[in-house]
Design a protein around this ligand. Structure first.
Ligand code: GLN
Length: 200
């Protein structure tokens, strides 16, 4: 049984821990480099990406995070966590840094005022049983991806922000613009646990 960490600097850490434990995973909060060493997978929660990256620097976690991701640690980022996994960001703050790892450009707060928060049904490749109920809160979208990145989900073609990319995977790195930890639908967390186990 792999140990899955949830970065616990800021954001909705508790919700991720609850969902992971609910599906039988061993999940622990991570606030220090020594704790990061103990995990076989990591979730970067939703919250505020600028605050989270500043705290990661202050807690001495940014470089260890970058190293582990480069060494192949499976990571799942939701919303702010997706921003942290992006190699490039648009509309970040001047000094905003990321962990990186996914060859994608992510636009922060992409949906603008009208749709700062909304909910919608999104089909996710590799997730069976119908669309996921996706909650977007001041969410980013993925503006463009490199050749190694698989697009797993897009907004429907007939709504606002039609066809925008909101779920991606590159190797064992997974990211969604939305927050499955808030809806009680554990299917994407299950997919991530399978990625950590090497079975997905
Ligand atoms: N807008 C936030 C950011 O830039 C992300 C919001 C979220 O995680 N719900 O980090």
């Amino acid at each position: 049984q792999p140990v899955i960490g949830v970065l616990a600097l800021q954001g909705d850490t508790e919700e991720h821990l609850r969902v992971l434990r609910g599906i039988g995973a061993t999940a622990v909060p991570v606030t220090a480099p020594g704790e990061l060493d103990q995990v076989q997978g990591l979730v970067l929660p939703g919250g505020e990406s600028t605050t989270m990256s500043k705290l990661a620097v202050r807690y001495g976690l940014l470089d260890p995070l970058r190293k582990r991701v480069r060494a192949g640690l499976p990571v799942y980022g939701t919303c702010a966590g997706m921003i942290l996994l992006a190699d490039r960001i648009l509309d970040g703050t001047a000094d905003q840094c990321t962990v990186g790892g996914i060859d994608m450009t992510v636009r922060r707060n992409a949906f603008g005022r009208q749709t700062e928060s909304f909910e919608g049904a999104v089909d996710i490749d590799g997730v069976d049983g119908g669309p996921v109920d996706a909650v977007f809160i001041r969410a980013p979208w993925v503006e463009s991806v490199g050749a190694e990145v698989s697009v797993l989900g897009r907004l429907p073609a007939d709504g606002g922000a039609a066809g925008r990319i909101v779920a991606v995977r590159q190797g064992s790195l997974l990211a969604t613009s939305f927050h499955p930890e808030l809806t009680g639908d554990a299917r994407i967390h299950r997919l991530f646990v399978d990625i950590v186990k090497g079975t997905a």
